[in-house]
Design a protein around this ligand. Structure first.
Ligand SMILES: Nc1ncnc2c1ncn2[C@@H]1O[C@H](COP(=O)(O)OP(=O)(O)O)[C@@H](O)[C@H]1O
Ligand SMILES: [Mg+2]
Length: 326
């Protein structure tokens, strides 16, 4: 499959205007939000940008969807340069932004039909499509509601419906499920999968590793505006040494305990954290009972032990030394 989005060496440096700058006057006056990103997205796939707050996800989406002019680099959607030809690029893409931007002066259904009219969709088609999308997103009876009366989950679904009104080839979703209850999140996940099955390319950002894991075929892990790893979720998890993770929660630990653990060959990596030690273990080592007595021998109190397989959160910590939510 050919690439439907190609991003090359994208960089965005924001200057912070002195009037808005609240930090120390001697501090930096620019922020490098995106720092040389390159990636390609295969047509028909679900691609994710996974990274913590401030990693540069929204800025990247902003550039690729023509809302932000890059400082450097290029982005091509369906071979169209988004900076040189934003109008043609916009016909192909749809965006569900991180911040709600429905028109509060319009009713739910009008938000959809006005959007389509703006994109030149003929009246009959836009009326039909609005009905279909509202029904599909379980909003059938909400068409005449005011948009500020709706729950977060509904608002998000309306933004998805609106985005689809001009029949785009790529849908960008920027943190589409932040702050939603689990049920609303699951519904949106299902809808994203259904859209992708119909052939739509989906590019999403998230700082939820479960979401990235569940939905994405390819993931770019980003931090400080740079891609630090890019692969399938499965292969990313293989970056973790060993293949098993043991977390020992304890009231306190000692340097001697950490040294002993570091000296055990089946333990590939020791990560001391607040209130716990995380160990990356060679699978099938059957270390657990030995570990418990080692901890006791060092006079440390073990509060809880968890054995798991690596998650994308572990991958992120492994690559950056910090958690996704920090
Ligand atoms: N318009 C802007 N002006 C100045 N700094 C910005 C602007 N937009 C984003 N930033 C900064 O760029 C960095 C990346 O932000 P963003 O792209 O929103 O990250 P993410 O979506 O991953 O949380 C952050 O440090 C943020 O404060
Ligand atoms: Mg963001």
């Amino acid at each position: 499959m050919p690439a439907i989005l190609e991003v090359k060496n994208l960089r965005k440096i924001f200057s912070i205007n002195a009037g808005r700058w609240r930090g120390k006057s001697a501090g930096p006056k620019t922020v490098t939000a995106v720092d040389g990103l390159s990636f390609a997205v295969e047509e028909g796939s679900i691609f994710g940008l996974l990274g913590p707050n401030g990693a540069g996800k929204t800025t990247t989406i902003g550039i690729v969807t023509t809302r932000i002019i890059p400082t450097e680099g290029t982005a091509l959607v369906n071979s169209i340069d988004v900076v040189r030809d934003p109008i043609r690029a916009k016909q192909i893409i749809a965006v569900v932004p991180q911040k709600m931007n429905l028109d509060r002066s319009l009713k739910v259904r009008e938000n959809l039909t006005f959007h389509a009219a703006y994109f030149g969709v003929p009246r009959k088609i836009r009326e039909e499509r609005a009905d279909e999308l509202l029904e599909w997103l379980q909003l059938k009876d909400r068409g005449n509601d005011r948009v500020d009366r709706l729950s977060g989950g509904m608002t998000q679904r309306i933004m998805i419906a609106r985005a689809l009104m001009h029949d785009p080839k790529i849908l960008f979703l920027d943190e589409a499920t932040v702050g939603l209850d689990p049920q609303s999140r699951l519904l949106i996940w299902e809808k994203i999968k259904e859209l992708n099955k119909k052939g739509l390319t989906i590019i999403l950002t998230t700082h939820y590793m479960e979401e990235a894991d569940e939905l994405c075929q390819t993931l770019a892990v980003i931090d400080h505006g740079k891609i630090i790893a890019m692969d399938t979720p499965e292969n990313l998890k293989k970056l973790i040494p060993g293949g098993e993770v043991i977390e020992m929660h304890m009231a306190s630990n000692t340097r001697q305990l950490l040294e002993t653990l570091n000296g055990i060959p089946e333990i590939q990596r020791v990560e001391p954290l607040e209130g716990m030690i995380r160990l990356y273990i060679t699978p099938g080592s059957k270390l657990l009972t030995r570990l418990v007595s080692i901890v006791e021998d060092h006079g440390c109190e073990l509060l809880d032990v968890k054995i798991s397989h690596p998650t994308l959160e572990n991958v992120f910590i492994f690559l950056t030394g910090k958690g996704l939510r920090e």
